[in-house]
Design a protein around this ligand. Structure first.
Ligand code: DC
Length: 228
């Protein structure tokens, strides 16, 4: 670019649960001075609102009818990401087992995806230095022109072991079954399922430490920037 100005860099990081997307994305954004957006938190937030307001989550029409109601605001500082719904801090309640078990049903509804995708695109286009956006459909649907797309994978065993560690002592087998079920639902839904974009770089994290995954993605971003 002219005048030595650095073009904002848009990084899409997709993949199933437990592959280290959040830890990696936050660290990469912090190291490179970029913003950070956890799109799963947005789907969890709208799910929390639906649960709190007694919406029938077995009825996609009922979900679609109120998809535009909650005001969801994401703070994109990687050192302190925040999420509010109608001004209420929901960062803790969106991580409950209740919300986790219901989020796939809510996020499969097209009206919900349209609404949340709009929020994501607005945040990405307003990030001055650039942004790392993590999710399931970022490279395929939300930001198809991202400068770099990364698709993280790991064996089901590794993913369950990591999630059980995060949930402090949760049963690994139960966690593994729940993860597999949620990934199957997220991968088979009709509207923008979990999928690897054709031009994404796949990184299998099964045998890698978090530090190694972070270094790998930082290097990929720097290579992209050098080539621009
Ligand atoms: O990343 P997470 O586990 O917090 O995501 C929660 C759910 O949100 C996940 O099961 C599917 C949904 N999701 C989605 O449909 N699209 C995204 N871009 C991110 C998450």
């Amino acid at each position: 670019m002219e005048n030595g100005a650095v073009k904002p860099v848009i990084v899409a990081i997709d993949g199933p649960s437990g592959t280290g997307k959040s830890s990696t994305s936050k660290a990469v954004a912090a190291q490179l001075g970029l913003s950070y957006l956890d799109t799963g938190a947005q789907y969890r937030a709208i799910t929390w609102w639906m649960v709190t307001n007694g919406i029938d989550l077995t009825d996609p029409t009922a979900i679609a009818a109120v998809a535009g109601k909650p005001e969801i605001v994401s703070g994109t500082d990687p050192a302190h990401p925040t999420i509010t719904v109608d001004g209420v801090d929901v960062s803790a309640p969106i991580r409950t087992q209740d919300v986790t078990s219901k989020v796939s049903a809510v996020s499969a509804v097209p009206e919900v995806r349209t609404r949340i995708t709009e929020l994501q695109r607005t945040l990405a286009s307003s990030a001055e230095a650039g942004i790392v956006v993590e999710g399931r459909d970022i490279g395929t649907t939300v930001l198809p022109d991202a400068d770099l797309k990364v698709f993280l994978t790991a064996s089901a065993e590794a993913r369950a072991a990591r999630r059980s560690g995060e949930l402090k002592g949760a049963d690994v087998n139960a966690t593994r079954e729940a993860l597999i079920q949620r990934d199957a639902a997220d991968s088979t839904r009709k509207t923008s399922p979990l999928a690897k974009a054709g031009d994404a770089v796949e990184v299998d994290t099964t045998e890698l430490t978090l530090a190694q995954v972070i270094e790998c993605v930082v290097t990929l971003v720097e290579e992209k920037r050098a080539g621009q």
